[in-house]
Design a protein around this ligand. Structure first.
Ligand SMILES: *Cc1c(COP(=O)(O)O)cnc(C)c1O
Length: 398
């Protein structure tokens, strides 16, 4: 088996992945697995998806040379512009794919979870487009922090349900969405937002996000006649990163994931981790139905995480990244909140592109890479736009 063909039949990427769920969901996951494999092998489904991506999402997204920023950092820097996709981030690629799958499977309604609200907005938009009733679970704390996204979802006709339980953020929202799904696994489709959760989700979401890397590889070859020295992307659950990396797995291209180092040097609130650097600082365990790296204490209790970027603030990570890391196929590093904000400021000033705070982590990682590899050519996954972060940036004095 080569890295391109994982996962195996049991949904395993090496020892990572799998399916750790209540008995009631096993049948639903098997049904989803079968339907997804059939859909992705069906030419007509492929054509419908391609047409939606082109005519509604705005694909292909451009590849932009970042000349001035690259000069400042000693790099030949290229940005794959997912910030220009409909609703402002890569999340829409997966939301459209899964919504079409839900329709094909005859689901009567869709449930989804959201943290910062980006996946919730993408799911709500895709469901509106297809006339599918949609319910999004969102932590009560996140609903306050991300009020404009709540309003967007409601305008798309989606019901947004506050989750007060647990940490009242993304982790609790995923628990609630799964609980809803368990209640009616036949009539409800669970539209999961990243390459996490039980099999087949990490595989399915990756297949819908691979379009990023497929386009970027083609565009890069066309513009430069070669391939980049490295690809770099931020890693929360890991969907934009794996989408960019996967089509380069058989190439001599270095793959680099950047995690949220948070307020490095400061210990976390409530004895938490103070960061969200799951691969670089975590240990293996089970969260949300999947065996992967996660942030836990010595008793297996999940730690509170912290990142200035809500989209990276998750204690787990996709099993494929855990596998790529453990087999040294891809490499993972962290940058701090402050480094990310600094890189965001430079990118905005030098390129006229305001990136999302998540994306800013990849940019800060690129800056560090430039220090060690002067003159290297780097393809960066510009996962989303930063308009949603203006309040946080104002709070940081920008
Ligand atoms: C949600 C989000 C991320 C993190 O999610 P992944 O699954 O790791 O890609 C990164 N960037 C943006 C703009 C996001 O909205």
């Amino acid at each position: 088996m080569t890295a391109t063909t994982w996962p195996d039949a049991r949904g395993r990427f090496g020892k990572f992945g799998g399916r750790y769920v209540p008995e009631t969901l096993v049948g639903a996951l098997e049904r989803l697995d079968l339907a997804a494999h059939e859909a992705l092998a069906d030419e007509r489904f492929g054509e419908t998806l391609s047409l939606e991506l082109e005519s509604w999402v705005g694909r292909p997204t451009p590849l932009s040379r970042a000349q001035r920023l690259g000069d400042a950092w000693g790099l030949e820097l290229w940005l794959k512009r997912e910030d220009l996709a409909h609703t402002g981030a890569h999340k829409i690629n997966n939301a459209v794919g899964q919504a079409l799958l839900a329709q094909r499977m005859g689901a009567g309604r869709v449930v989804a979870e959201t943290g910062a609200g980006q996946h919730g907005v993408a799911a709500a938009a895709a469901c509106a487009r297809l006339g599918l009733p949609c319910t999004v679970y969102m932590g009560a704390i996140d609903m306050k922090r991300q009020a404009p996204n709540v309003q967007r979802m409601r305008l798309f006709g989606t019901e947004v349900v506050p989750v007060e339980a647990g940490d009242a953020t993304l982790r609790a929202a995923i628990d609630e969405a799964m609980r809803d799904w368990v209640a009616d696994p036949e009539g409800t489709f669970y539209l999961l937002g990243s390459v996490v959760g039980p099999h087949p989700y990490p595989w399915l979401v990756r297949q819908f996000q691979r379009v990023i890397g497929i386009e970027a590889r083609h565009q890069f070859l066309k513009r430069t006649g070669g391939l980049p020295d490295a690809c770099i992307a931020c890693v929360g659950g890991g969907s934009n990163a794996i989408g960019l990396f996967h089509p380069f797995l058989d190439d001599p291209v270095e793959l680099i994931g950047i995690e949220a180092g948070g307020a490095t040097g400061r210990s976390g609130i409530d004895g938490g981790a103070g960061h969200a650097a799951t691969i670089t600082h975590g240990s293996p365990g089970v969260l949300h139905g999947c065996y992967s790296m996660l942030l836990q204490d010595s008793d297996g209790q999940i730690l509170e995480t912290h990142s200035v970027s809500a989209g990276l603030d998750y204690p787990g990570v996709g099993p494929e990244h855990s596998f790529l890391n453990s087999s040294s196929i891809a490499y993972y590093y962290t940058v701090s909140d402050a480094e990310a904000i600094g890189a965001l400021e430079e990118c905005s000033r030098l390129e006229g592109i305001l990136p999302a705070l998540e994306t800013a982590h990849a940019l800060a990682g690129a800056k560090n890479y430039g220090r060690d590899h002067p003159g290297a050519s780097l393809l960066l996954g510009c996962s989303g736009r930063g308009d949603k972060d203006l309040d946080i940036l104002a709070g940081a004095g920008l």
